[in-house]
Structure formats: C-alpha cells, structure tokens
Design a protein around this ligand. Structure first.
Ligand SMILES: [Zn+2]
Length: 358
C-alpha cells in the first residue's frame, strides 16, 4: 500500500489554501514524531516541509536531531493547509479547521508508528488532548507537550540548551539507546561516556573554542584514561573559566596555586603549567593562521581520515612534532592522535557503530 498523499493542494475539507507537506513522504516509520500547528507561508511547496530549517522551530529541532542522529524523525503539522486571513496573512487555524484535519494526523501516527510524539506548543497540545479525551482515543505511547521551539528560539534563547536537554531526556526514556550499536570501547555503565561517544567523539570540529578545550583536556589525559578526564570535565570547566583562552593566558602564580589545590581536577603541576603555556601557543597559532582550525585541518587538506585500531600515525607524529617545536608540552603523538579522533579529523568509529557515518 502506498501512502503518498502529499500532493493535495487544497484539501477540500477545511477550505484552506496551500497544502503544507507532508502527509507521509518517503519514510514509512519513525521513532520520534514532531507535530506542529502550521509553519510559515511557503512559496514553493515542493521544497518545503513542516519544521524544516527555514523555520525557527525547524532550526531548533535540527539541533536535537543532530544529537541523536541514529533515530528516524517525522515532522508534520496538525493542519496541513495554510490558514490565511482575509488580508492574506498567516493566522491560527480555527478549532473547526483543526477538527477536520485531525483524522489525517491520526492516520500518520498509525502508519509511522512512532515511539514518542512531541506536540509543539500549547495550542496543538490542548487541542489534541481534548480531542482524544472527548473521543476516547487512546494511544499506547507517550505524547509530550513541549513549549513551541520557535518561541524558545526567538525569545528564550538562554533556555535553549535546557530545552534541548529536556527533550533529549524524554526521547532517551522511551528509546533504549543501549540497543544502538556503538563502538566496543564505550563504557555502557557511564552515561557521560555514552553521551560523549554519541554526541561529540569524531564529529568534525571547526570551532576554535572547542578545539582549544579539547586540546587542554587531552593534554591532561597523558598517563590516565580519557574516562577519568571526562568525569572531571565540568570541574575543569569551572576551574578554567569555561576555557576562556584570554583568561587562561593570563593566569598568574596565585591562580596556579588555586588550581593545584583544586581536588576536583587533575592536580599535576607539570600538566597545569603546560595548560597555561599551551594556551599562549594556541593563541599565537590562531594569529599566524587566522584560526587554529585553519592550522590543524591543513594537515589533512580539510579531509576526514577513516582509521581504526591504532593509537598513533604519521599524521599525529607530524602534528605532535610541530606543536612541540612551537613549545607545547604534553602533546606527544598518542595524545595528538587521540585529540584528532576527538575533534573528528580522524574518524575511528567501529565499522558496526551507528555513529560512524554522519
Ligand atoms: Zn562509535
């Protein structure tokens, strides 16, 4: 059976104008379903789906999806047609119009069989929950209300990270992420480690702030496990002024002593001294190359290398040598190799790992 219903230009039921795709496009199942009300007016309906990145909601939702790339998502609007007022401006659909559209949504839910549904914003939530109560419709899956992503994106940007985290947690509650195939080395008893593997490790980084933080953290790893550093990461962030490079470059002896007394971080005098020294060199590289990202990515001509099962290579030898020549410490070839894996210049996910290709 084909469910390709997405070319209705005027649904005839609610008398609204242009159809907003989709009812069901190519996919036939999903893990997470997003349900909005109506997106913004679009000119070319063939290219625009609900909650795509040309909307604020779509931008925020994409951030969530990027964090859990192994899941399938389906985005739809309760009202598939574009409600315009008599001046041609987008307006909220009336309850009557929503009533006429809800059977479409229930049909989509049935076909796509999601594990969790997010209703975006109060209007959608109130309408759907009332409708389901009144008609005694019961779905055997969590249907969650979340604040409208566009509202958060535009007006409450400072809550954005919390918002994303909340949604991710809801998804994790219903979808057993441990069923997801990961690299064998991931300690499945450590949620921090799982999160790090899924969301950060091997994702190509071009942002100097992250490149800097990771380099400092990696330099603390020498002789220890990465898990050990990872477990202390929030303490490091606190102790190191959120890795503000300008502040770190100016750390004096007083600050050095303060760090040495901080039980929550790795208290190795040589490493702490090196972190301050390395920050200064990092900064001089930024000056020389425009950014540290330019510097580090030029070693591979901006290409990602896929490589598993080794802990150093010609590439890490070369970069390690260069950084040492510039005066950095704790940047041996193994540390650098590990760093390159962390920031995605080398992709070392196992072949079976679902996070290998993204
Ligand atoms: Zn992996």
């Amino acid at each position: 059976m084909k469910y390709k219903l997405n070319n209705i230009k005027n649904c005839g039921k609610c008398n609204l104008y242009i159809n907003q795709l989709p009812l069901l496009d190519k996919k036939d199942k999903c893990d997470v379903m997003w349900v909005g009300l109506s997106a913004k007016k679009v000119d070319d309906i063939d290219k625009n789906y609900p909650l795509e990145e040309n909307t604020n909601s779509g931008l925020l939702i994409k951030e969530i999806e990027d964090i859990l790339p192994s899941l399938n998502y389906y985005k739809t609007n309760l009202v598939k047609c574009l409600p315009l007022d008599n001046k041609g401006k987008l307006r909220y659909p009336s309850t009557n119009e929503m009533n006429k559209c809800i059977s479409n949504l229930l049909f989509e839910i049935e076909v796509m069989n999601p594990k969790i549904i997010f209703l975006l914003g109060k209007n959608v939530y109130n309408f759907i929950s009332k409708y389901m109560n009144k008609n005694n419709i019961k779905l055997n899956l969590p249907i969650k209300y979340i604040e409208h992503p566009s509202y958060i994106y535009v007006y409450k940007k400072k809550y954005k990270d919390n918002y994303i985290e909340k949604v991710i947690n809801e998804i994790r509650k219903v979808i057993n992420m441990s069923e997801v195939k990961r690299c064998k080395w991931v300690n499945m008893n450590n949620p921090l480690y799982i999160k790090y593997h899924d969301e950060e490790w091997g994702v190509p980084v071009h942002n100097d702030q992250i490149l800097f933080e990771m380099l400092i953290l990696e330099s603390f790893q020498a002789g220890l496990s990465w898990e050990c550093v990872l477990n202390k990461r929030t303490y490091f962030e606190e102790a190191y002024d959120n890795f503000d490079i300008n502040k770190i470059c100016n750390y004096d002896d007083k600050k050095l002593n303060e760090l040495l007394k901080n039980k929550n971080i790795i208290r190795n005098k040589l490493k702490i001294k090196a972190s301050i020294n390395n920050s200064k060199i990092f900064k001089s590289i930024q000056k020389e190359y425009g950014s540290f990202s330019n510097y580090i990515w030029k070693f591979t001509d901006n290409k990602v290398i896929y490589e598993v099962g080794i802990t150093s290579s010609k590439l890490s030898d070369t970069i390690s040598e260069d950084l040492k020549k510039r005066g950095m410490k704790f940047v041996g070839t193994t540390i650098i190799y590990s760093y390159l894996q962390a920031v995605g210049i080398i992709n070392s996910h196992d072949n079976e790992c679902m996070f290998k290709s993204r």
